[in-house]
Design a protein around this ligand. Structure first.
Ligand SMILES: Cc1ncc(COP(=O)(O)O)c(C=O)c1O
Length: 383
C-alpha cells in the first residue's frame, strides 16, 4: 500500500522512552513531568464524572471552560476574546495544530516552518496536500533570519508556523521578531499558526509575547495552547485554539470531523479548577526556572555547556567537549553509558545541521534531576 507519510517512522520521543524503559534509564527525553499533579484536579475530575458529565461535550468546547480561557487571556495579556466565536477546545495542542493546518492549507499550498521544528508540523501540512518549507534558525542562539523567510515566501505560501517559547531550542522570540513576522505575513496575506504551549514558562523576568497581543498578528493568527503543560498533566489531552471568528470557523469545520468534541468531564474539571485557581499559570516560570538553575549548577565545571534556556521545560546540553556533532550517536552513548535518556535535535530538522546539543526535560522531581546530574557528572569524569 502506498504510504502517505513514507518517510515518517516512530517518533524519536517514543523510541527514546521505550529504550529508557528497557535500560531502566532516567527518562529526561520525552517532555512530561514525573511528579504528581495537584490532587484537587484529580478530585474535580471525579466530581465531574459523578455529576454525570459523561456524554458528548459541545463540539466547540464547554461554554464555561471557554469563558474561563477568555478570562485567563484577559488576565495574562489584557485581551478581549469572544469565547463564543474565538475559542475552541481541542485534543491537546496537537489537534489544534492539525485541525488549524487542515483548515488553512489546501493542495499545492505552502507553509513555512522553522527548524528545529516540533515534529507534528510538517506531517500536518503534508496530509493537507501542502508542502512544508523548513528554514533553519541560525546559530548561535537559534535566531530568525527574516531575509531568508522573505525569499522563501511565494504566491503559494499560505501559512507560517511559529513557536515561542521554542521547543527544542529553549529560546523565546523577541518583540522585533513578532514585528517582522507581522510585516511579512501582511505582505502576502499569510496566516500565522502560533504554538504557545509554553506561554507560562518564560524565565529571568521576561514576559511571553503572544501573537494574540500583537496588533498586526492578532487578526491573521491562530494560537494553540495546552492544559497538559499548564497543569503538569500531559495525559489530559485538553488544549485550545484562539483565533478570530473567520479562522475559528475554518478550524471548527475540521475539528468537528476530526475529534468532534473533547472529554466532557475533563473540561468541567478544568473549568472548575480555573475558577478556583485563576492564576495557576503564574507560578510555572519560577517553578521551572529553579529546576533549570538546579541542573545547570549541578553540571557546572563538568565540560558540558548548558546554554541558559530562556523558556520551556527543557534545557539543552552542549556536548562538544566530549564528541563530534553526531547528536543521535551521543544520545545513544548517554543512554547506554550514563543511563540518562535525552533527545537529539537532528530529528527536528529537515536537513540536520552539525550541532552538538541534546535536549533534557527539566519537568522532573528535584531528586530525578539530581540523580541525572550525578550520572552525567560521572560520565564526564570517565570520558
Ligand atoms: C512545541 C510543542 N507544541 C505542541 C506540543 C503538543 O502539546 P499537547 O501535548 O497539548 O498536544 C508540544 C508537546 O510537547 C510541544 O512541545
Amino acid at each position: 500500500m502506498r504510504s502517505k507519510l513514507e518517510d515518517v517512522g516512530t517518533t524519536i520521543f517514543t523510541v527514546m522512552s521505550r529504550r529508557a524503559r528497557e535500560l531502566d534509564a532516567l527518562n529526561l527525553g520525552q517532555g512530561f513531568p514525573d511528579y504528581d499533579i495537584d490532587p484537587r484536579l484529580t478530585e474535580l475530575v471525579g466530581e465531574a464524572m459523578r455529576a454525570g458529565h459523561n456524554q458528548y461535550a459541545p463540539m466547540e468546547g464547554l461554554a464555561v471552560l471557554r469563558e474561563r480561557i477568555a478570562a485567563k487571556l484577559s488576565a495574562s495579556y489584557g485581551l478581549q476574546v469572544d469565547p463564543e466565536t474565538e475559542v475552541t477546545i481541542t485534543l491537546g495542542a496537537t489537534e489544534g495544530i492539525y485541525s488549524a493546518v487542515q483548515g488553512v492549507i489546501g493542495a499545492g499550498d505552502e507553509a513555512i516552518a522553522f527548524d528545529p521544528a516540533y515534529d507534528s508540523y510538517e506531517p500536518s501540512v503534508r496530509l493537507a496536500g501542502g508542502r512544508c518549507i523548513r528554514l533553519p534558525l541560525t546559530q548561535p542562539g537559534f535566531r530568525y533570519d527574516w531575509d531568508r523567510v522573505r525569499h522563501a515566501m511565494s504566491a503559494r505560501t499560505r501559512l507560517l508556523l511559529f513557536n515561542s517559547p521554542h521547543n527544542p531550542a529553549c529560546s523565546t522570540a523577541h518583540a522585533a521578531d513578532l514585528d517582522e513576522l507581522a510585516r511579512l505575513a501582511a505582505e502576502r496575506d499569510i496566516v500565522v499558526l502560533s504554538d504557545e504551549v509554553y506561554e507560562h514558562v518564560v524565565f529571568d523576568g521576561a514576559r511571553h509575547l503572544s501573537v494574540l497581543a500583537h496588533p498586526g498578528l492578532a487578526p491573521r493568527s491562530l494560537a494553540v495552547f495546552s492544559f497538559g503543560k499548564t497543569l503538569h498533566a500531559t495525559g489530559l489531552r485538553v488544549g485550545y485554539c484562539v483565533a478570530p471568528a473567520a479562522l475559528t470557523r475554518e478550524l471548527r469545520k475540521v475539528h468537528q470531523f476530526n475529534t468532534f468534541s473533547i472529554s466532557h468531564p475533563l473540561q468541567h474539571a478544568i473549568a472548575a479548577y480555573l475558577a478556583e485557581q485563576p492564576h495557576c499559570g503564574e507560578g510555572l516560570a519560577a517553578f521551572f526556572q529553579a529546576k533549570r538553575d538546579r541542573l545547570r549548577a549541578a553540571l557546572a565545571g563538568t565540560g558540558f555547556e548548558l546554554p541558559k534556556a530562556a523558556g520551556t521545560y527543557f534545557q539543552l546540553l552542549d556536548f562538544r567537549a566530549f564528541a563530534g556533532p553526531d547528536d543521535r550517536a551521543f544520545a545513544d552513548r548517554l543512554l547506554s553509558e550514563a543511563r540518562v535518556a535525552s533527545i537529539p535535535l537532528s530529528p527536528f530538522y529537515a536537513r540536520p545541521e552539525p550541532l552538538s546539543f541534546v535536549r533534557l526535560c527539566i519537568a522532573k522531581r528535584d531528586s530525578t534531576l539530581d540523580e541525572a546530574a550525578a550520572r552525567l557528572r560521572a560520565f564526564a569524569a570517565r570520558s
